[in-house]
Structures are given as C-alpha cells and as structure tokens.
Design a protein around this ligand. Structure first.
Ligand code: IPD
Ligand code: CA
Ligand code: CA
Ligand code: CA
Length: 263
C-alpha cells in the first residue's frame, strides 16, 4: 500500500490538534501519576488517554497498519513490514508532570522500515515540526532549511542527563568539547532544536518511539543517525542514538571509541 506522505502529514497534524485540546482540558484537573520501571519513569492518565485516542485514529484510517506505542501494549506490533506507526503520546512525561511545559506528541510513520513522515508537536507552544524524505520539512507552517555542517566545537549538543553525569561513552568529555550541553528532558524537543539549527545534535539512550519521528524528519536536513559504534538505528530495539551534523557526528563517534579524546 503506497501512502501519500503529504496527506498523511495533514492527517497526523489534525489528530495532534484534537489531542492538544484534550490534553489542555485534562491538565486543568489533578493528574493521575504512576511510576513504571523506577521512580523517575512516570506515566499519567493523559499519556494513556492520548495513546488510546491516537491508536483509535490510526486504526480507523489505516486498519492494516502496525502500531508501536509506548503506553499499553495491546496493539503493539514489532514487525516493521508494511506501514508502521510509532506513537509517543507524551514525550517528556517528567516535564509534563513537573513543568506543565516542554513536552511533545510524536508520531513517526515507516513503510517496510523506511521513513515516510514524522511529526512532533510542542503542545504548549502549539507548534508542529513535520516532514519526511519525500516532502518538505516545516515548522509552524514555515519551511525548514537544510542544516550547515557545523563541527562539534561550534554548536550546542543535546545530551542525556544521567549518561553525561556518569560520563558514559565519554559523553561528559564530548559535551565539554561542544559549545555547551543542553538537557531538555524530551527527545522530541531536542529534534525540534536540531531541525531549527539551534543545536548540532543529540545523544541519548532511546526507545524506537523516541527516535522514529525525529529521524524521519531530520535525516533530509543533513542530520546523521547511528548507534555509538556507527551501526544504523534499528527501530525494533532501544539503544544509544547519536544524531548530529556529519562533522559533529564523526567527532562524537571518534571520541566514544578513543576514550574521550578528540581526533
Ligand atoms: C523520555 C524523554 C527523555 C529521554 C528519555 C525518554 P518519555 O521520554 O524523551 O528526554 O531522555 O529516555 O524516555 O518517557 O517522557 O516519553
Ligand atoms: Ca515514558
Ligand atoms: Ca519518549
Ligand atoms: Ca512518552
């Protein structure tokens, strides 16, 4: 089944608009917050409700599609054959709970493992970044340009907090080599910063639904994606994601392999 990526983009944006209204309404009442794997791994009634809403919309419009979503596993489908929707109903749940801001809704759509379209909504700003290999990347309706290939030392780098603090994979040293490290608490917000040229990259440990939308959108802008050893991102497994301009990406991988030393 061939999809029209532009139509798919518009459909997802219309779902996001409806999600946003429901999220803002739900935020007016106290949140029901629960922990998952540890005390910092939260889920709220809003994450669950928005995932159910988006799954319902996908099932209605694309009954054949597979769905890989973060919350609730009744419809999970880990086979990447055909059309697959990666859904993160609230990305940055900790921010959502603690800040009521700096969180996103994300959907990445892939056909037989190849990107078709990605969409990330900054809910509180009411702005959507979207695009894909066959359609232009837009942010809040404005076309986004291909990024300059800045080296690591000339840009801000988004980083995973614990990995950086523990200097895992020498990420602390790598962060020090950049113009400055940023930790936003939302992978979606990091990809928006990269697409708009405000950061040269992002390094974190991510689940498939954390990276699918951002990768579909920003590869065409010149962002290179890989695991820490240079292997391609496998959307069936979690793992380290190094996403950056080609020059910065090369330096990051070299520093990870060479004990934190710049080549
Ligand atoms: C999290 C955020 C965070 C990243 C975590 C993710 P969630 O997503 O994207 O920035 O560091 O690894 O799990 O759980 O809030 O959707
Ligand atoms: Ca989560
Ligand atoms: Ca997430
Ligand atoms: Ca989430």
């Amino acid at each position: 089944m061939t999809q029209d990526p532009e139509m798919l983009r518009q459909t997802i944006i219309s779902w996001f608009a409806a999600s946003r209204k429901q999220i803002l309404t739900a935020m007016a009442a106290p949140l029901d917050v629960a922990t998952k794997s540890n005390r910092n791994d939260l889920v709220t009634n809003v994450d669950k409700a928005n995932q159910q809403f988006l799954i319902g919309k996908i099932r209605e419009a694309y009954p054949e599609a597979g769905i890989i979503g973060e919350e609730g596993h009744e419809h999970d489908d880990t086979d990447l054959a055909g059309l697959v929707f990666f859904v993160d109903p609230i990305d940055g749940t900790m921010n959502f709970v603690k800040q009521q801001a700096h969180f996103a809704i994300m959907i990445g759509v892939y056909q037989d493992g190849e990107p078709v379209v990605g969409a990330i909504m900054d809910v509180m700003r009411n702005e959507v970044l979207s695009g894909g290999p066959m359609i232009p990347v837009t942010h809040a309706g404005q076309q986004v340009k291909v990024l300059p290939d800045l080296p690591l030392k000339d840009g801000l780098l988004g980083v995973n907090g614990p990995m950086t603090i523990k200097n895992r994979l020498h990420l602390g040293d790598i962060a020090l080599t950049s113009s400055g490290a940023r930790m936003s608490g939302s992978a979606g917000m990091e990809f928006i910063e990269i697409a708009l040229g405000r950061q040269i990259g992002y390094v974190s440990y991510l689940q498939p639904w954390d990276v699918a939308a951002g990768m579909a959108i920003t590869k065409g802008l010149g962002v290179v994606f890989s695991r820490e050893d240079g292997a391609p991102i496998n959307l069936q497994q979690p793992g380290v994601v190094v996403a950056a301009t080609p020059k910065a990406h090369q330096t990051i991988l070299t520093m990870m392999a060479d004990g934190g030393k710049e080549a």
